[in-house]
Write a protein that binds this ligand. Structure first.
Ligand code: TRP
Length: 462
């Protein structure tokens, strides 16, 4: 007898799990940085537009393909569109695999900073320690990187091991409220700082003369990454939704929460940065700079209650990362379970261990390791880590996203998508015709623009 497929225990459980997947390093690490690079205001507005016009329709498309077929990404695309589409599903699994392999390394850094900051809070910052230099030292320390990412991988595997309800959903239910709570604490503290007004103006006052055309594409590319789209994660999570839940309402909620959190994270970071004289000029240069170089120092020297908020902040980063890594591993694991009939526990451990081999490659990328720290496949990207990030963000997610829009908009029948989205549970504002217009025309055209920019003009969104 075939075993019954696992389902989320409730609509809230599902929304929390999917929101947990969406909220991650993309919100805390990437978004504030690219907003900074692109001069705020206008970029944020364009980003919001991309989220609404491209991200939201694709979110609905992925979830509906999952719910309709009740299969993980490979099986789902095969069933919903046709056998040849299994390849697209495999592309998604591969993407999840690679993304997980280096995402875990960054997650490991948050563990390192948590232990460091907690140590400083309890025992004081060691005399003469240059906090800003710490990042370069820890990242070049390959044994340390190995240990940190191993720890994080074990945590991820331990969650996915217990399955959809007892693993993923339970951790999301437990951690997301904690994450929101920490974020609110940080926000309150940040708003009390002298730079908060300037930060809010920077984020919310658009000045279009400061936005470059590449910024538009960067906003679009990031909307894929931050919503966990373009690689079947939402197809997989959608396959555990029961028929009675509304895809439209859930999608809107997930997208809204993800966006709000990204904005709050930016308000927090920019308030701190604008409050310190000369800091605004120093920040930048690298994506990691803000989160792991500027902020730790500021927590200990500038932020009110920073000695408590500092460690809490890194707990926040670690929790956000974990709710994302578990969904990445779930994409790979559920493929092995569904398509190869492997038992969940065995599949989880096998997939986790295989991914970890590649995590090691990413973890040692910043040390002095031949090949892994010198690999130069793409212009300006050195080492395994940067190469993987570049490949996923620029090539894999946009092509995967385009495939989803084509599948849902052009290859599936109108009737089959309409019956999933319009089922009496959808909210009143929803118009099927509008969704169809976006998924058939707006989204594919926008994504094609990214692909053209990457292929022909060497654009870089990683
Ligand atoms: N959305 C995650 C973030 O913002 C990153 C991510 C991209 C992801 N694709 C994913 C997470 C797929 C889980 C599954 O950090």
């Amino acid at each position: 007898m075939e075993e019954q497929r696992a389902h989320w225990s409730s609509s809230t459980g599902f929304v929390l799990a999917a929101t947990g997947s969406a909220i991650g390093l993309g919100n805390l690490w990437k978004f504030p940085f690219i907003t900074w690079e692109n001069n705020g205001g206008a970029f944020v507005l364009v980003y919001l537009l991309c989220i609404a016009a491209v991200g939201l329709p694709i979110m609905m498309a992925e979830l509906l393909i999952g719910r309709k077929t009740q299969k993980s990404v490979v099986g789902a695309l095969k069933e919903a569109v046709g056998p040849a589409w299994g390849i697209v599903g495999l592309w998604g699994v591969l993407c999840g695999f690679i993304l997980l392999s280096y995402y875990t390394v960054i997650a490991g850094w948050s563990l390192f900073y948590f232990t460091q900051t907690a140590g400083w809070t309890l025992g004081g910052v060691p005399e003469g320690l240059a906090i800003g230099d710490l990042f370069g030292q820890q990242v070049a320390n390959s044994p340390l990187q190995f240990g940190l990412s191993l720890l994080f991988s074990v945590a991820t595997v331990s969650v996915v091991y217990f399955g959809v309800q007892r693993g993923i959903e339970r951790i999301a239910r437990l951690f997301l409220p904690v994450l929101f709570g920490i974020l609110v604490l940080l926000l309150v503290s940040a708003l009390g700082m002298s730079g908060s007004g300037e930060a809010l103006a920077f984020i919310f006052r658009p000045s279009f003369s400061e936005l470059e055309p590449e910024g538009v594409l960067e906003a679009l590319g990031h909307s894929f990454f931050t919503l966990s789209l373009g690689m079947g994660a939402m197809v997989t999570y959608g396959s555990y939704i029961s028929r009675s839940q509304s895809i439209v309402k859930a999608s809107a909620m997930i997208v809204l929460l993800d966006t709000v959190i990204a904005l709050i994270a930016s308000i927090i970071m920019f308030s701190v940065i604008f409050s310190v004289a000369g800091m605004a000029e120093q920040v930048g240069g690298s994506t990691v700079g803000m989160l792991f170089i500027s902020l730790p120092e500021l927590f200990y020297n500038e932020v009110p209650f920073g000695t408590v908020l500092g460690p809490l902040f890194y707990v926040l980063v670690a929790l956000a990362a974990l709710t994302s890594t578990m969904s990445l591993l779930e994409v790979v694991t559920s493929y092995v379970i569904d398509e190869h009939g492997v038992q969940r526990q065995i599949a989880t451990i096998a997939c986790g261990a295989t991914v970890f081999i590649f995590t090691i490659f990413a973890a040692i990328s910043f040390g002095n390791v031949p090949f892994f720290s010198t690999l130069a496949l793409f212009d300006g990207k050195t080492g395994w880590f940067e190469t993987a990030d570049h490949f996923v963000s620029n090539w894999m997610l946009p092509t995967g996203g385009l495939a989803v829009t084509l599948a849902a908009g052009w290859f599936m029948t109108r009737q089959s998508t309409e019956s999933e989205l319009v089922d009496g549970t959808e909210p009143r504002w929803f118009r099927y015709g509008a969704w169809r217009l976006f998924i058939r025309f707006v989204a594919p055209l926008a994504v094609t623009a990214i692909i053209v920019a990457v292929f022909f003009f060497g654009a870089d969104f990683s």
